[in-house]
Design a protein around this ligand. Structure first.
Ligand code: IMP
Ligand code: MG
Length: 178
């Protein structure tokens, strides 16, 4: 597979990603088979392909919501400061909610989101992350569904960016540090 010169190597191919998402969707469907429609909350922008593919493989009724929170502002390090740029369009009180995230790094973003959404009293609140950089964790975050554990490297593609570039790569690659 040819790839841009900024990509050092391909970490996960499109096929590997789709296969894993199929299994995650099965897990989620099995856990939520007796509920009213599950609310999937995609965290913009990075999770948009993941949410699209995951939701189509889930076999129980779902509703789709989006939130956007402040990003690294072009940096590759989390500032620790999180701000809601776009909130949910609806009340989640008494509902089953799964937050769908592209990558869990320090955990600061999801920790903030979990605490913020918990105050709205959902019936259940879980995290589904495609990637998990376990080594980088600063705050423990409960993860119900995890796609892949990955090493401590900056990755792009399949929705994830560096300065807004590379989101549309159909695979996940490691960005060359130089
Ligand atoms: P955390 O708050 O440090 O856990 O950061 C999570 C967010 O940082 C993710 O939702 C991504 O938007 C971004 N992020 C963290 N690591 C990477 C990476 O390797 N590539 C692209 N974005 C990343
Ligand atoms: Mg993100």
């Amino acid at each position: 597979m040819t790839h841009p010169k900024e990509i050092r190597n391909i970490l996960l191919t499109g096929e590997q990603i789709q296969e894993r998402i199929g299994l995650l969707a099965k897990e989620i469907s099995a856990e939520h088979s007796y509920c009213e429609p599950l609310i999937l909350v995609g965290i913009l922008k990075g999770s948009f392909y993941f949410l699209a593919d995951l939701s189509r493989k889930i076999s129980v009724p779902v509703e789709i919501e989006f939130m956007q929170i402040s990003t690294y502002g072009g940096q590759t390090e989390s500032s620790g400061k999180v701000q809601i740029l776009k909130d949910l369009d609806r009340d989640i009180r008494g509902r089953d909610v799964v937050i769908v995230e592209d990558i869990l790094d320090t955990g600061l973003t999801l920790d903030y989101l979990l605490r913020s959404l918990a105050t709205r009293k959902p019936k259940s609140l879980e995290v589904c992350t495609l990637l998990d950089k376990v080594e980088r964790r600063k705050i423990e975050v409960p993860v119900a569904y995890r796609g892949f554990e990955i090493p401590n490297e900056f990755v792009v593609g399949y929705g994830m960016d560096h300065h807004q570039a590379f989101r549309n790569l159909p695979y996940i690659g490691v960005l060359d540090a130089t």
